[in-house]
Ligand binder design. Sequence first.
Ligand code: T5A
Length: 217
Amino acid sequence: MARRGRGRFITVEGLEGAGKTSCLEAIAAALRMAGEPEPLFTREPGGTPFGEALRSVLLDPQYQGMTAEAEALTVFAARADHLTRVIRPTLEAGRWVVCDRFTDATYAYQGGGRGLGDRRVAELEAWVHGGFGPDRTLLLDVEPDVGRARIATRGAHADRFEQEQDAFFRAARAAYHRRAAAEPGRFRIVDANRPAAEVAAQVRHEIEALLGHGGTA
Ligand code: T5A
């Protein structure tokens, strides 16, 4: 039997409440319809026991005041473990990986929101994953107020990032837009201010289009 080629690496990005978690089911449905094996769904920060432990620290409001540098290094420490132990081996085995946030989130939140700038993030990116990156990134673009209102209906305590002010999220969103403009071949922007069914329909369409361009690499 012919060995399957490398799987595709899909990332989903956007601000809090954009609907990233909700859109994972739309991605799964599109792949199922196309007869692709179930992808590996994972997330950042997280995806390994070590990464999930660092996620708990990063989201914990008791660490309010963590420096931007410490935050970026912690995110990349989790990512190094995730890439080596989960993402790369899964792709090499021919399976798709769908990741809820990846390095574009570091450009948005630490580079933009915290003001660390692109250069520092790019240095860490070069060290941790070099030229490796997603095949397709779906940016669920939402107004910060719209996303915030959705999160508020959950009634859960705000995590360390959710406690940030509007200026932080506006800067993160602007950084996402710069990333998308710089790499139009990789990014697809989905207007996530619309009703969930419309967002899911566009997400399915984007995955079908990707499959139409060769499916498994
Ligand atoms: N982070 C992460 C960094 O700072 N740097 C990094 O490098 C990385 C990788 C992770 C945090 O870490 C930071 C960013 C984050 O602050 P997280 O929990 O993974 O936190 O991310 P969140 O964005 O906080 O996840 P959320 O669950 O809050 O947002 P989602 O996943 O975008 O939204 P979702 O799908 O859970 O939906 C939220 C609610 O809105 C409803 C849903 O039903 C749900 O109730 N909803 C809609 N309602 C109306 N219309 C729509 N279109 C809707 N879509 C969803």
